[in-house]
Write a protein that binds this ligand. Structure first.
Ligand code: ADP
Ligand code: MG
Length: 140
């Protein structure tokens, strides 16, 4: 387990950008934290670290956005499950198929909504708001 305190959105993005290097060949990231904690801010840095130039906005209403990584066959899937009322079968959102391919890079905001369906090999990252500009980021 690794804990870091960031003191600005830029700090959080830098941290995420550096972490992304570990996931270039695929992986699942389960991101938790309250509304406004900084999850989407984190994803913006993470996507940048993957070489993605698209604007990253939270897929709150569509649940998932796909971003192709330039010059590769790899796709980054960004999910935001905030609007799900209860843990649902991951098949319903197509996540099960995506997980079958270990080369996919899958990041799930509000991953706690998956309950028991959260893949066991996911890297868990929690963001906690300490004050206006500080966040405690725990990676495990
Ligand atoms: P979430 O996706 O968790 O709901 P957002 O990333 O959309 O959160 O919003 C986080 C807000 O907190 C942004 O307005 C961001 O600028 C602000 N913020 C302030 N300090 C930090 C920090 N250290 N890390 C991340 N975000 C921060
Ligand atoms: Mg968000």
């Amino acid at each position: 387990m690794q804990t870091v305190v960031t003191n600005s959105p830029k700090d959080t993005q830098k941290l995420a950008q550096n972490l992304a290097a570990q996931f270039k060949d695929g992986g699942i990231i389960a991101l938790t934290g309250d509304l406004g904690a900084g999850k989407t801010t984190f994803v913006q840095g993470f996507a940048k670290g993957l070489g993605i130039k698209d604007k990253i906005i939270s897929p709150t209403f569509v649940l998932m956005r796909e971003h192709k990584i330039p010059n590769t066959d790899t796709v980054f899937y960004h999910l935001d499950l905030y609007r799900l009322e209860e843990p649902i079968d991951i098949v319903n959102i197509g996540l099960k198929d995506l997980i079958q391919n270990p080369e996919n890079i899958i990041l799930i905001e509000w991953s706690e909504k998956l309950g028991e369906n959260l893949p066991h090999n996911a890297t868990k990252i929690n963001i906690e708001k300490l004050d206006q500009a500080s966040r405690k980021i725990t990676v495990q």
